[in-house]
Design a protein around this ligand. Structure first.
Ligand SMILES: Cc1cn([C@H]2C[C@H](O)[C@@H](COP(=O)(O)OP(=O)(O)O[C@H]3O[C@@H](C)C(=O)[C@@H](O)[C@H]3O)O2)c(=O)[nH]c1=O
Length: 182
């Protein structure tokens, strides 16, 4: 597994070692030992799997209580995955990072607690799977506006297109109004 730092402290792009043979491929998507060797002592309590159609954007989400670290990957299709630093004392507060995760590149993103997270689906179907370090806590969930101009995420949207959003994500909070995390 290759661990690459991103411009946002604590966020890592991971590229697993893929063993291909005549049967297909094999990879380790999570190994407590491998991550511990890289200095990540993680305990996951929930695994999630969503499926979405092309043009759907989920997010940007975070929880102010039971803040979740997420190890995210795509097992069918491709998405543009994005995170926004919501950590009050972070030198990169309000900055974003995005990358394409796909079933082909097998890459994963480690998103520590303290970030809003979302993704935009680039293929007809995308299966998105992720491990979380804390439980779902809808009472404290925040939807940050995907298109907040102050954050300025450069989503790879076809010109003029608006992504398909859930009701709550269509009314996401502006960054200036969104609660910050300690
Ligand atoms: C996230 C979640 C949702 N649900 C339920 C609530 C709801 O009825 C249905 C769909 O929920 P949502 O619309 O919030 O699903 P979704 O928009 O896919 O939410 C997810 O978005 C991505 C970007 C994230 O980062 C995740 O942490 C999570 O917030 O699933 C759970 O039961 N457990 C969970 O952990």
């Amino acid at each position: 597994m290759k661990f690459e730092a991103t411009p946002l402290q604590g966020v890592y792009l991971l590229t697993p070692k893929v063993f291909g043979d005549e049967r297909g491929f094999f990879l380790e998507s999570w190994s407590a030992r491998t991550f511990a060797n890289e200095g990540f002592d993680l305990e996951f309590v929930q695994d999630n799997h969503s499926r979405s159609a092309r043009g759907i954007l989920r997010g940007l989400h975070y929880q102010t209580e039971h803040t979740q670290g997420k190890l995210v990957r795509v097992t069918q299709g491709a998405v543009f995955d994005a995170v926004v630093d919501m950590r009050r004392d972070s030198p990169t507060l309000g900055q974003w990072y995005g990358t394409t995760l796909s079933a082909e590149n097998h890459q994963m993103l480690w998103v520590p607690a303290g970030f809003a997270h979302g993704f935009y689906v680039l293929t007809d179907v995308a299966d998105f799977q992720y491990k979380c370090t804390d439980v779902y806590h809808p009472q404290s969930e925040v939807s940050l506006a995907w298109d907040d101009p102050q954050v300025g995420i450069e989503w790879p949207l076809p010109a003029g297109d608006i992504p398909q959003l859930s009701g709550k994500d269509a009314h996401g909070l502006a960054f200036a109004e969104a609660p910050l995390l300690d």
